[in-house]
Write a protein that binds this ligand. Structure first.
Ligand code: HEM
Length: 426
C-alpha cells in the first residue's frame, strides 16, 4: 500500500462509526468543573456510566483503576486504530498513535532516539535547565507573575520546538498552533461551537503543514540532530518518508509535547503552593522533587480522559458496552481509585506513587514520558532556586476534562535580577 492509499484509507471512516462525526464531538473541549466529584459519583454507582456528557453521541466512561488499565491493554476491543481513525487521522493524517503491532513499532522507532531515557537525561544540563533560566529571566524582576502564562506555556514550547527542529523565531505562531491543534482555541472557551472548534483545528493543521513544507526540503540531506532532520532522512522498512508522512509525525509530536507538559507544570505548582510546608521541603530536599512530579501526575493528570472506540462487545462492571461505542477511559479517576491510592484526593509528597496511569499503559505508552518528567523536574529546581519566597496570590481554577489544568497560577516572590541566560530570549 502506498502512502497515498494509506492516507485515503485512514480518512474513510468505517460505516459502523459513521454516527460519530468528527467535529460534532470535541472531547478536548469538554468542560466539567467538578470533574473529580463527577467521576467519584460514577465510581460509587458501579464504575461505569453511559451517555453522560457526550450528547448527541452516547459514550461510556470507565473509572476504576483495574478497568481503565485493562481497557488500555485490550486493544482488540478498545481499538486505538478505530479511535484515531475518527479522532486524530482526519486532522493530522495517519500516525502511529492509531497504528498497532508491527506497523506501530516501526513508525514509533523512527522518532524514539529523541525521546529515550538516556537522551532525555542528557538534555537536562544542555537544554532544560538553561531554557528554564531563560524564561525566568523574563519576569524575575517583577516580583509577581502568572506562572501559567509567564513560565509554563513558554518553557515546553521552547524545548519541544528545539528538539523537533522548529525555528523558535516563529514563537508566536508556534504557540498559537500548539493551542489550536488540540483545543481549537483558547482554553477559556471563547464561547466557540463544536463546528467552530473543528474549523479552527483544521485551519491550524493546514497552516502548520504549509509552514513545514519548505523546512522539510531544507532538512533533506542535512546532518542536524533534530527530529525533523531525522524524519526527512529516515527510512521506514527501507523506504523514505513522504512529506505528507513527515507532516503527520510533526502534527502528532508538536502539540503532544507542548500542551501536556504545560498543564502538568501548572498543576504541580498549584499543588505545591497550596500544600503547607511543601515549598520548604522541596527546596531543602532535592531528592523529593522527583516524587513531587510523580504525585502531581497521579493527582492531576493533564490527559484526564482518553477516548477509545470499542470494536466488539465487552462487559465491564456488569454492563455490556456494544461494539461501535465511544468509551472514555478516566485516567483521572483511576489515579484516584481509593482501592489503590489511600486518601486519593490529597496531594501527598511522601506517597511516592509508581503505578499511576497518566502516561497510559501498553503499546501506546507515552513516547514523551522521559522528556516530560525531566522537564518538570528541571523546571521545579529552577523555579525554587530563582523565585525565593514563592507564594500563591490568586485562586487557580481548573478547566477542561479530557485535557485539564489550571487557568492561571498567580504568585508573588522576592524580585531578583535576571541572569541574562542564553537560549530563548525574546
Ligand atoms: C505530562 C506530560 C504528558 C502526559 C501526561 C502525556 C500523556 C500521554 C498519554 C495518556 C498517551 C497515550 C495516548 C493513547 O493511549 O491514546 C500519550 C501518548 C503519546 N505522547 Fe504523551 N504525554 C505527555 C508528554 C508528552 C511529550 C513531552 C511528548 C513529546 C513529544 C509526548 C508524545 C506522545 C506521543 C507521540 C504519544 C503516542 C504514543 C504512541 O501511540 O505510541 N507526550 N501521552
Amino acid at each position: 500500500m502506498t502512502a497515498t492509499d494509506d492516507r485515503a484509507d485512514a480518512l474513510a471512516v468505517d460505516p459502523e462509526y459513521a454516527h460519530i462525526q468528527f467535529g460534532a464531538v470535541q472531547p478536548m473541549r469538554i468542560e466539567i468543573p467538578d470533574l473529580f466529584q463527577a467521576l467519584r459519583q460514577i465510581d460509587d454507582r458501579g464504575g461505569i456510566a453511559r451517555g453522560w456528557f457526550f450528547d448527541p453521541v452516547p459514550a461510556y466512561i470507565l473509572t476504576r483503576y483495574d478497568d481503565v488499565k485493562a481497557a488500555f491493554l485490550d486493544t482488540a476491543t478498545f481499538s486505538p486504530a478505530a479511535t484515531q481513525k475518527v479522532f486524530s487521522f482526519p486532522l493530522m493524517g495517519p500516525t502511529f498513535l492509531g497504528y498497532e503491532g508491527r506497523k506501530h513499532y516501526v513508525h514509533r522507532k523512527v522518532v524514539q532516539p529523541t525521546f529515550s531515557k538516556r537522551t532525555c537525561a542528557e538534555y537536562v544540563d544542555s537544554l532544560l535547565v538553561p531554557q528554564a533560566h531563560a524564561v525566568v529571566d523574563r519576569f524575575c524582576e517583577r516580583g509577581e507573575a502568572d506562572l501559567m502564562k509567564d513560565f509554563a506555556k513558554l518553557y515546553p514550547l521552547a524545548i519541544v520546538g528545539e528538539l523537533l527542529g522548529l525555528p523558535v523565531e516563529d514563537w508566536d505562531r508556534l504557540a498559537r498552533w500548539a493551542n489550536d491543534l488540540v483545543l481549537g482555541g483558547d482554553p477559556d472557551g471563547e464561547g466557540l461551537s463544536a463546528d467552530q472548534v473543528d474549523a479552527r483545528r483544521k485551519t491550524s493543521a493546514r497552516d502548520f503543514r504549509e509552514w513545514l513544507a519548505p523546512l522539510i526540503d531544507e532538512r533533506r540531506g542535512s546532518s542536524a540532530d533534530d527530529t525533523l532532520t531525522l524524519l526527512a532522512n529516515g527510512l521506514v522498512e527501507g523506504q523514505p518518508l513522504t512529506d505528507e508522512q513527515i507532516m503527520s509525525f510533526m502534527l502528532l509530536l508538536f502539540p503532544a509535547g507542548v500542551d501536556t507538559t504545560w498543564l502538568s507544570l501548572g498543576t504541580m505548582l498549584v499543588a505545591m503552593l497550596s500544600t503547607v510546608g511543601a515549598v520548604d521541603e522541596l527546596t531543602h530536599k532535592p531528592e523529593m522533587r522527583h516524587w513531587a512530579v510523580e504525585e502531581t501526575l497521579r493527582w492531576g493528570p493533564p490527559v484526564a480522559l482518553q477516548p477509545r472506540l470499542t470494536i466488539r462487545d465487552i462487559e465491564v462492571c456488569g454492563t455490556t458496552i456494544p461494539a461501535g461505542s465511544l468509551t472514555m477511559l478516566a485516567i483521572a479517576a483511576a489515579n484516584r481509585d481509593p482501592a489503590r491510592f489511600p486518601e486519593p484526593d490529597r496531594w501527598i509528597l511522601e506517597r511516592r506513587p509508581t503505578q499511576h496511569l497518566s502516561f497510559s499503559v501498553g503499546e501506546h505508552f507515552c513516547l514523551g514520558s522521559h522528556l516530560a518528567r525531566a522537564e518538570l523536574l528541571a523546571a521545579l529546581g529552577v523555579l525554587l532556586e530563582r523565585l525565593p519566597g514563592l507564594r500563591l496570590t490568586g485562586s487557580p481554577r481548573f478547566w477542561g476534562a479530557a485535557v485539564r489544568g489550571p487557568d492561571a497560577v498567580q504568585v508573588e516572590f522576592e524580585p531578583t535580577a535576571p541572569r541574562k541566560s542564553k537560549r530563548l530570549s525574546r
